[in-house]
Structures are given as C-alpha cells and as structure tokens.
Ligand binder design. Structure first.
Ligand code: NAP
Ligand code: HSE
Length: 436
C-alpha cells in the first residue's frame, strides 16, 4: 500500500523532531499504523536555513497554503505555532476534507470549539495530543483510559519552561533570566516566552484538560492566570524550610457550584511525588472517582518528546482513514451534543490554602493584630515562621501557612492586614495545595 502523504507546516523544534523520529522509526511506525507515513511537503519561513533534520525528500515552500491545498496531501500537520494564520490554515484543511494533527495549544484553547464543530461536519479528525504535556499521552489517558470515571480534579505542572526555570533557581541558584535563556536555547520556550512565564501557555493547556475532564466547552477566557515572574529566591527558601516546594501548577477542580480552573505558583508538600517533578519534566495528577489518584510524568517540551506525541496522533489518524467517523473517539472526549455548561467559577469563589509572607514591625502585639484579622475572616493558621530581624532592621519577615479558605475572604484579610500601621509594603501570597 502507498504511504500516507503528509504536509507539514513548520520545520522548527517540533517539526524537525517529527521528521527525525518518523524516519528513524519508519518500520515500527508502519507496522503499527498499517501503512507508511511520508512527509512530502513542508512550509517554512526561510527556505535556506540549516535544519536539524534531513530535508532532501521534502518539497519546501514558504507558502503554507500551498501545502494545505495540495490535492496529494492527505493529512496536514500544523507545527508553526501562532494563532491567526494557523486557525485559517487548519479550517481550510478541514474544509478540504483533510485530517489535521497539531501541537498548537493556543489554537485549540482559543478556537477549538469552532474547529471541532467544523471537523465533525467534515468527518475528519483533529488530533492534538502534543498540545498538553509534551510527550506525555495525557489527552489519550483522560479521553480513553479514564473514560469510566467521574473526574474530580486534575492538577498539573504543565509548562516545562517554567518548571525548568524554578528548578534551576532552586537547585543551582541561577537567576530567573539565566534559566529562561537556557530554556529558550533548549527549544522548550514558546516563540514569545512571555506565554510561558506569564502562565498563558499553562492556561491554554488547562483549558483543554478541563474541557476533556469535565465535558465542558473550551473556555480559555474564564481561566484565572498567574505566571512565575513574582517568585523570589526568598519564597523558595521559606517554602523549603516549611516542607514545601513552589511549582507552577494548573488546577481544574469540580465543586458543588461550578468548576475551578486556575493557573498560578503553588506550594506543594515535599512528600507528594509531583513536588519532585523537576526540570523540563511535566507531571499531571488526575483524580477519578473509581481509579483514585493517577500520576502522568514525562518530558513536557523539546523536539523529540513532542514529536513522539505528534506521531502517535498521526498513527491514530492513519488507522482511522478507513474507519467510520461515528466510531471515533470524540475530540473533547464527550459526544459533542453531550457537552454541558457547568459554570467556571471566578477566582474569588475558589477555595485553597495560602502561604503569606509579610514584613512586620518588630514589637509586641503585632502577631496578635494579624491573627485577629485572620480569625475574623474565618481563616485558620496552619504554621507560622518568624525570622530574626536583620542587623539594624526594625521589620521582620513573618511567614504563615493557612488552612483552605475562599479566595474572597483571603483578599479581604490581606487588604486589612496591609492597612495595619505595623505592616510594611505588600503581602506576598502564594496558593498552597496538599493534593490529598
Ligand atoms: P519553532 O521552533 O518556532 O518552529 C516554527 C516553525 O514554523 C519554523 O520552522 C518556522 O519557519 C515555521 N513557520 C512559522 N511561521 C510560518 C509561516 N508564516 N509560514 C511558513 N512557516 C512558518 O516552534 P516549535 O517550538 O517547533 O513549536 C511549534 C508548535 O508546537 C507551537 O504551537 C508550540 O506551542 C507547540 N509545541 C512546542 C513544543 C516545544 O517543546 N517546542 C512542545 C509542545 C508544543 P522557519 O524555521 O523558517 O522560521
Ligand atoms: N513552551 C511549552 C513548555 C512547550 O515549556 O511547556 C510545551 O508545550
């Protein structure tokens, strides 16, 4: 049988990894897919750039549309990144009756509802395993392996760049800027690394995971998002002394009145496996009512790890070329007409524990003032750490861990404590999850 002909959009970090792995493992892949898979055309911006893959047998163009409309291309693999152009090209591919594989989480999080509806209508697949967790098959696990469960929550380290930066800062004492540059050079970061460090990339991924876990439409604009730029060495050290590590986490949790979907730095107890997921590794814990907690771990970014997920999708598409569209696994795990509109809660309605660090004047009664306000707001204290004042300083750092409380109550408490004459500056607040 003729190999399936692929049109590739993008030959960068993930695109070149895909070419390399497809060529290295061609025999194994054909045995799994039932047919060979051949990349015949590819679009890049620069035709003459050195590539980290062999391109002799690939026809290059700078016009990605040429690839999409080429009648011989059966499957379009979108690895360009960006949203607007990718959106138009993917929709055009679908309209032409072509299956699509993409690693583009921004595209899926922002336009997935429309793209999947179009794909459903055209009877084609849009596969996006590489969009979340790099090489970890988390989409497949949630969509198929855990399909018998009512998912209660998903909590994950889903951005490799941020985890790499935080690990380098913690373990090697690197500065934020040094660690970011290193992540960029290793091909982990997005073309615009602000997407990583401001938490947007993780929010795209949590949008997708929440949708697949709970059977709700993709709703990126409802996700509360904080990045890692405010994390200091000081907070990493205090968290360490209290038995926690600071990780950039995404949390999606089903509650009684709605669903929390949020992305922010989070203290995690050392004893949790996920607190020890370091470097570019991602770790995602899924709690299902039947299975309990399950942990998925692996490289969250990088050329070949991401290619591994892209190729798994390609194999699935090739297998499906001969199957009835009705029998395929739905794009968002639940049948399209069975998606439900459970509200995503505002951050004020989210419930979590907190790490607080404040600078307080070193005199009797100050701690009592703070604990009085916390008590009035219904906030229980779990631990307190007070440091000696530095020589000549009249302010001391006070670090507190609290029990879980509504974010609204914590906002009010922080406002009241910051207004005390005995407190200097802003209170640092980092959320804390025990993942029990
Ligand atoms: P990249 O290294 O920047 O590669 C992008 C490729 O697309 C380049 O080959 C570039 O051409 C080409 N391209 C961009 N705009 C184009 C245009 N208008 N016309 C033709 N070609 C164009 O990006 P990447 O890291 O491989 O990421 C690709 C996608 O995978 C993104 O959606 C990203 O979020 C996602 N992803 C990346 C990783 C990762 O570890 N890097 C992991 C998971 C998912 P030139 O080479 O000529 O510039
Ligand atoms: N920039 C992303 C990350 C790539 O660092 O996780 C993988 O999606």
């Amino acid at each position: 049988m003729e190999p399936v002909k692929i049109g590739l959009l993008g030959l960068g970090t993930v695109g070149s990894g895909t070419v390399n792995v497809l060529s290295r493992n061609a025999g194994e892949i054909a045995r799994r897919a039932g047919r060979g898979i051949q990349i015949c055309w590819a679009a890049t911006r620069d035709l003459y750039k050195d590539r980290s893959c062999k391109i002799e047998n690939i026809r290059l163009t700078t016009n990605p549309r040429e690839v999409v409309i080429n009648p011989q291309v059966e499957v379009v693999v979108e690895l360009m990144g960006g949203v607007d152009l990718a959106y138009h090209l993917v929709l055009e591919a679908i309209t032409q009756g072509k299956h699509v594989v993409t690693a583009n989480k921004a595209l899926i999080a922002l336009h997935g509802n429309e793209i999947f509806a179009a794909a459903q209508k055209a009877g084609v697949m849009v596969a996006f395993e590489a969009a979340v967790g790099g090489g970890i098959p988390i989409i497949k696990a949630l969509r198929e392996g855990l399909a018998g469960n009512r998912i209660e929550w998903v909590a994950g380290i889903v951005n490799g760049t941020n985890n790499f930066i935080l690990t380098e800062m913690q373990d090697k004492g690197c500065s934020f800027a040094e660690a970011l540059l290193d992540a960029q050079q290793r091909g982990y970061a997005e073309a615009n690394p602000a997407f990583d460090i401001e938490g947007i990339d993780a929010a795209h991924k949590m949008t997708i995971l929440a949708s697949i876990a709970f059977g709700i439409p993709l709703q990126f604009e409802q996700v509360y998002t904080e990045g890692i730029c405010t994390i200091t060495r000081e907070d990493i050290d205090y968290a360490d002394q209290l038995g926690y590590r600071i990780k950039h986490m995404g949390i999606a949790r089903r509650g009684e009145i709605g669903i929390e979907v949020r992305v922010h730095p989070t203290l995690i107890p050392y004893r949790r496996l996920i607190a020890n997921v370091d470097g570019v590794m991602n770790g995602i814990v899924v709690k299902g009512d039947a299975v309990g907690s399950t942990l998925y771990y692996g490289p969250g970014a990088g050329s070949e790890p991401t290619a591994s997920a892209v190729i798994a999708d390609l194999i699935e598409v090739v297998r499906a070329l001969t199957s009835d569209p009705e029998n395929r696994v739905p794009h968002l795990a639940f049948q399209p007409d069975a998606l439900v509109e459970i509200p995503i809660l505002s951050m004020e309605e989210a419930k979590t524990a907190y790490y607080l660090r404040m600078q307080a004047i070193d005199r009797p009664g100050v701690l009592a003032e703070i604990t009085y306000i916390l008590g009035e707001q219904g906030i229980s204290i779990e631990a307190v750490l007070q440091k000696e004042p530095a020589f000549g300083e009249s302010y001391v750092p006070i670090i507190m861990l609290t029990q879980p409380v509504l974010e609204r109550n914590m906002n009010q408490a922080i406002c009241r404590i910051e207004a005390l004459e005995s407190i200097e500056g802003k209170i640092v607040r980092i959320r804390l999850e025990t993942l029990d």
